[in-house]
Design a protein around this ligand. Structure first.
Ligand SMILES: [Zn+2]
Length: 82
């Protein structure tokens, strides 16, 4: 479970190729979401980043590619700009 006090969501104008990214400082997470993408995509992106937090992916020594492959295999991607 990820508690609301553990993260915040920040909408940022980014190129459409970037859906979202996250940073972690002392156990607090900033989730940066692309404000140019539609609500459906941002909902998926936020859930995706929350799953990284819940699975403690930041602390794994596993290669990033294999972590992302596992996370992305569970969802559809909508990347329409608005
Ligand atoms: Zn990811």
């Amino acid at each position: 479970m990820v508690y609301e006090f553990e993260y915040r969501i920040i909408y940022v104008d980014m190129p459409c190729s970037i859906k979202a990214y996250m940073s972690e400082i002392d156990g607090f997470y900033n989730i940066f979401v692309n404000s140019r993408l539609n609500c459906e995509q941002n909902e998926f992106s936020i859930r995706h980043e929350l799953e990284h937090i819940q699975q403690k992916d930041f602390y794994k020594e596993e290669p990033v590619d294999s972590i992302e492959k596992a996370r992305h295999s569970k969802r559809l991607v909508f990347a329409n700009c608005i």
